[in-house]
Design a protein around this ligand. Structure first.
Ligand SMILES: NC(=O)c1ccc[n+]([C@@H]2O[C@H](COP(=O)([O-])OP(=O)(O)OC[C@H]3O[C@@H](n4cnc5c(N)ncnc54)[C@H](OP(=O)(O)O)[C@@H]3O)[C@@H](O)[C@H]2O)c1
Length: 327
């Protein structure tokens, strides 16, 4: 009996070591093997899902950090604290489990309040919700403080995913501060946003000791960066789309595109739903922004229809490499 106990203890210790090694992989080197390690250790717990593969039943993707991330959630850009609180609450009530905010949006307190309200009302537990925020600018020292400020404003004791909001003067210093926060448990996964080229990603990989889990970029029917998506697959990095509808002021031209209206009609869904379904079937995590509870519910209601390969291809062909923003 005593021997059995020692054996089990050693086994638990070894599996803990494996989990740590997922967080500490060398970028670029042996990435396939590393990805396999992450997938293997996760598959025992998650029933076989692999890093980067979307599970449309569970509505999640397994990140290279070993954590599961929901593939659709709520974006909160332009929402003030009160709107963010209400939208987050609506999103969680409707079943969404991913919330996207940023220091720059100035609404982390509202997001935190929405989350707390949903927890207090028994809708979710903190652990069931995946919170992303972003750090804007700074250097190593400043970044340490910014992470603590984000935790305080969100009123949480860890953040699921922190992204560098856009390339800056001291990305290496900021990224190091993020890695330190992963090691001490304040962050779970880390990534980057607004890095569009291989060269930009390679630069981050050159100094990262934790491979970014996610790249959040502008990505919609008129701008699809398939090449980057293909390139970063080898690192187990997943692309997350911002402006899935083209952003405020541009939604009509996205919703009214002939291919989108036809696809929507054929499936008896709205244009918004057709676009979001294409995004998740084509391997993009998506975070439509909304301050409207009905829109939020509609955006999450995309799991009982499926686009064919041909329809996915037709939407890919809309791409004209046109971005709305230049950051
Ligand atoms: N990393 C970055 O640099 C970056 C940059 C931009 C955005 N983001 C993130 O990405 C998220 C998404 O981008 P976004 O919010 O700017 O733009 P978006 O999601 O492309 O579009 C938002 C617009 O779509 C409308 N909308 C939402 N659902 C709808 C539906 N079912 N039917 C009709 N209209 C609908 C919203 O209006 P209602 O409010 O009336 O629903 C709003 O006007 C942001 O919220 C933010 O979290 C990140």
């Amino acid at each position: 009996m005593k021997r059995l106990l020692i054996f089990v203890t050693v086994l638990i210790f070894l599996s803990g070591m494996t989990a740590c090694s997922i967080q500490n992989r060398e970028p670029g080197s042996d990435s396939e093997a590393n990805t396999d390690t992450a997938a293997d250790s996760a598959s025992a717990a998650e029933g076989g899902s692999k890093v980067g593969q979307f599970d449309l039943k569970k509505k999640t993707v397994l990140l290279n950090s070993g954590y599961e991330m929901p593939i659709i959630g709520l974006g909160t850009w332009t929402l003030n604290d009160e709107e963010a609180e209400n939208s987050v609450y609506s999103a969680l009530k409707t079943g969404m489990r991913l919330i996207d905010t940023a220091r720059y949006y100035g609404n982390e307190k509202g997001v935190g309040r929405g989350l707390q309200r949903a927890v207090d009302d028994g809708i979710v537990t903190r652990e069931e919700v995946f919170i992303t925020t972003k750090i804007y600018g700074g250097d190593h020292e400043r970044a340490k403080g910014i992470i603590n400020d984000a935790l305080k404003d969100l009123n949480v004791d860890y953040i699921d995913l922190l992204l560098i909001h856009q390339p800056g003067a001291d990305d290496e210093g900021v990224y190091k501060a993020m890695e330190e926060a992963v090691h001490d448990g304040r962050l779970r996964s880390i990534g980057i946003s607004n890095y569009y080229t291989r060269a930009q990603v390679d630069e981050v990989l050159s100094f990262a000791s934790i491979t970014p889990a996610v790249i959040q970029n502008e990505n919609h029917i008129f701008y699809q960066n398939k090449e980057l998506q293909e390139y970063v697959k080898q690192y187990g990095i997943v692309i997350e789309s911002w402006y899935p509808f083209g952003g405020r002021g541009h939604t009509a031209e996205n919703f009214n595109h002939d291919t989108i209206t036809k696809t929507a009609r054929d499936h008896n869904v709205t244009s918004a739903q057709a676009i979001l379904r294409w995004q998740i079937q084509d391997g993009y995590i998506v975070i439509p922004g909304s301050s409207n509870a009905e829109h939020i519910a509609e955006n999450y209601d995309i799991f009982d229809f499926e686009l064919s390969e041909e329809e996915i291809q037709q939407i890919r062909e809309i791409d004209i490499q046109r971005r709305y923003e230049n950051w």
